[in-house]
Design a protein around this ligand. Structure first.
Ligand code: TYM
Length: 333
């Protein structure tokens, strides 16, 4: 048991395979054993200054992909972050307990702000991890299923939770644990298999997007970077490309990497790539049909999101009231 919370940013038309294997697969599985809350974090997406119409469209598309992957709004809460104003309110409180240097040490902030320069970097990008901590703490979350790249943000969230509890008394907030499944915690770019697969990659050729044309996806898999050997062996240090393909095949087929290694003894990289392309296409084709089904009725989708927001708000309100009270804010009457 225990509460689960996680979210993704609607910053692209399609999620990518890293989002799916690193997080979404875990979200779906955890619904069987936990009370889960899954959020489309549209306020976080504002840090990249999206076109307003595009953001609205991507918010719905992201929710449709959660549903198509198997997030079940009967069992779990599915909602959009901006529909629950308590997220921004608790973020303010947390920002008053976050050190300037502490926020400045976040590596994602350092990387992004280094690219954008001081004038291109907004205060919103700087406080992004504080809003993420707010998302999590607002629901007394026990476990947060994410990929490896979110580990440092979760450390900050835990530090903030412990700080609030020591300043305002035990039980002010729940200290969450990360839930990071090591086998799939970091899926790599097909062209640059030492970098993580990412929506913001420089070239799209190393990316598998869930809503891409399956033919394009198959082609990208066939042109994935491997190495000069021939042997199909899982060894991330010396064979990052081949190891990444084995990780993806194992996750999508449910077979262990060890048994795949045995199967591919004496076979070539071309065989592995062909089989992987088939498995990915067989997964994507019905997935894309389900996404289209959810997108074909935006008002039904908006109903699901509205109901989720109402249920989320019922859980968020008492947490925010408790924190406000302990901080010394005068109660509203
Ligand atoms: P975002 O939108 O960048 O990514 C969503 C999820 O996908 C995981 N992920 C990966 N996992 C494995 N391999 C990859 N190549 C890969 N790329 C992405 C991410 O780790 C993440 O779990 N800050 C978060 C969103 C967020 C959030 C939260 C998450 C906001 N509030 C509260 C959890 C709880 C983010 O930018 O994820």
């Amino acid at each position: 048991g225990g509460r689960i919370f996680s979210g993704m940013q609607p910053t692209s038309d399609s999620l990518q395979l890293g989002n799916y294997l690193g997080a979404l697969t875990q979200w779906v599985a955890l619904q069987d054993t936990h009370d889960a809350i899954y959020c489309v974090v549209d306020l976080h997406a504002l840090t990249v200054a999206p076109d307003p119409r595009v953001l609205r469209e991507r918010t719905r598309r992201t929710a449709a992909q959660y549903l198509a992957a198997g997030v079940d709004p009967q069992r779990s809460i599915l909602f959009v972050q901006s529909h629950v104003p308590e997220h921004a309110e608790l973020a303010w409180i947390l920002s008053c307990h976050t050190g300037f240097g502490e926020a400045g040490r976040m590596t994602q902030f350092k990387d992004k702000s280094a690219k954008q320069g001081t004038d291109g970097t907004t205060v919103g990008l700087f406080t992004y991890p504080v809003l993420m901590a707010s998302d999590i703490l607002l629901y007394d979350t026990a476990l947060v299923p994410v990929g490896e790249d979110q580990r440092q943000h979760l450390e900050l969230t835990r530090d903030l939770a412990q700080r609030l509890n020591s300043r305002f008394g035990a039980g002010t907030v729940v200290v969450p644990e990360p839930y990071i499944v090591s086998a799939t915690a970091k899926i790599y770019d097909l062209q640059d298999p030492t970098s993580k697969m990412s929506k913001s990659a420089e070239s799209p050729n190393g990316l598998i997007e869930l809503l891409d044309d399956p033919k394009v996806v198959a082609k990208r898999i066939r042109s994935a970077v491997t190495d000069a050997e021939r042997e199909i062996r899982f060894d991330p240090a010396t064979k990052p490309g081949v190891s990444n393909l084995l990780t993806i095949l194992s996750a999508l087929s449910g077979r262990t990497v060890a048994s795949l290694e045995v199967d591919y003894e004496g076979k070539g990289y071309g065989d592995l790539k062909k089989d992987l392309a088939d498995v990915v296409v067989d997964f994507l084709t019905p997935f894309q049909e389900r996404v289209q089904h959810y997108l074909s009725d935006p008002s039904a989708l908006d109903d699901v999101l509205a109901e989720g927001a109402a249920r989320a708000r019922d859980l968020a309100t008492p947490t925010l009231e408790r924190v406000y009270d302990r901080c010394g804010l005068l109660p509203r009457r």
